[in-house]
Design a protein around this ligand. Sequence first.
Ligand code: NG6
Ligand code: CA
Length: 515
Amino acid sequence: MKNPILFLALLCVFCGFLSAAEKPNVIVIMADDLGYGDLSCYGADDFETPNIDQLAAEGTRFTSGYCSASTCTPTRYSFLTGTYAFRKEGTGIAPPNGPLTIDPDTFTLPDLMKKAGYRTAVVGKWHLGLGEKGQGPDWNGELKPGPREIGFDYNFLLPTTNDRVPQVYVENHRVLNLDPKDPLWVGTKKPSEDHPTGITHRDTLKMDWSHGHNGTIHNGISRIGFYTGGHAARFRDEDLADKWVEKSIEWMEQQQQNPKEPFFLFFASHDLHVPRMPHERFQGATRLGYRADSIVQLDWCVGELMKAVDRLGIAENTLFVFCSDNGPVMDDGYQDFALEKLGDHRAAGPYTGGKYSVYEGGTRTPFITRWKGRIEPGTVSDEIVCTIDIAGSLASLTDTALPEDACLDSFDVMGALLGKAEAEGRESLVQQDNGSKGNYGYRSGDWKLVRQDSKQARNMVVEKPLENTKVPRFQLFDLSKDPAEKNNVIEEHPEVAEQMKAQLEEIIASGRSRG
Ligand code: NG6
Ligand code: CA
């Protein structure tokens, strides 16, 4: 060809055809402690979640959608790294002064999105630690390493989880509105004899604690841990949801100045984690108390994000993924009467267990995708998909290579996430409870192996208060006949159990499950 420019142009068109890269904006909305049965589109009938129901009606609703762990930090770790959290020590529930749990040289989901040409942000609850290993967060200085060091261009966060101190926003590397004359101190020991706590000033609390959570009092609620100072920076619990929505929309609007670059937004809601303290306009929205009122607040947030995407004219160019970080819990440390007001509501739907458990209720959670014009509206999928697969799936969608040594357990289930009838999800999935030395669930097809390594495993049933029950180390369930995992059939199917025990051990020992 004589004309080199024409040649180059044709080459570009040809390459464009070859690589089917698609780069929609991606918004991952992760709820906190939301159970399988906690939305009206998943069978709840004591209250309504119209916006999330609409998201499902316009996209795909999964019946075997999972998070990878039944507590917050390990699910978030795995979501962002594409690697099972049990492979790394220090990935259990993060304490207030914990360092960043993700090594800055790890190739993460936000790194992947940046490599694919995206701008990236996280807004909401972090709970993955901040600061150097062995040091933790420098609250009055630069909070590094943190989200910015693992691939996010912008962060606006609650640093841990709101039942832990401190109640301040972290914007990029700094505590927002921190007055240097009133430095923030955060610790595990009571700072002085006269420091008011949930024990010494219990009668002043607007919501009483039930276990733990009796340290420093802020906004009438006592917390895990202690802090002093930083008064100008402190927020009201009631305003969190509004703030997440405001900051997310502000950031999405800013991105429209250069709409050619797509964006990736991780909207990490704090609803419905304790302390459940929804905004006054949602208090009393349901008959079930603040737990369900917080679900209605979460639903409002989703609606606001959907409206913003419509208003910005990007709905046909935006993939929504809605998920949860672990299953439900009733009394998680505060007397908010979630259990007393529960009535017939089944927060885990038909499943046993919830938060802290490797039974299905711990990790099988609502999972919805929507991409207008691309996902067939109203589809319901039984394929197994998990929050850990979002990295591998987005790598495939955007045609961006994952490094060989990254995202070791993240599978490409993009076809299933797009609700395609012929596409397959995972064949198997490892579920874990907390940290690197906990218990395991292993689902393969319709079989489920439960391996409880911890001697006093938390065999928790959400409808009852937290209880510790001794269970056999191995149990086997046939989910096709027994989704509630009530009938241990390990004696009847020893060959299935032996095979699954070996497969699980192989996944743990080999250090990776992605080929
Ligand atoms: C537990 C807390 C619980 C909650 C959980 C973390 C006690 C007795 N329990 O240790 O209240 O904070 O950690 O929840 O302190 S998560 O969803 O962020 O993982
Ligand atoms: Ca959680």
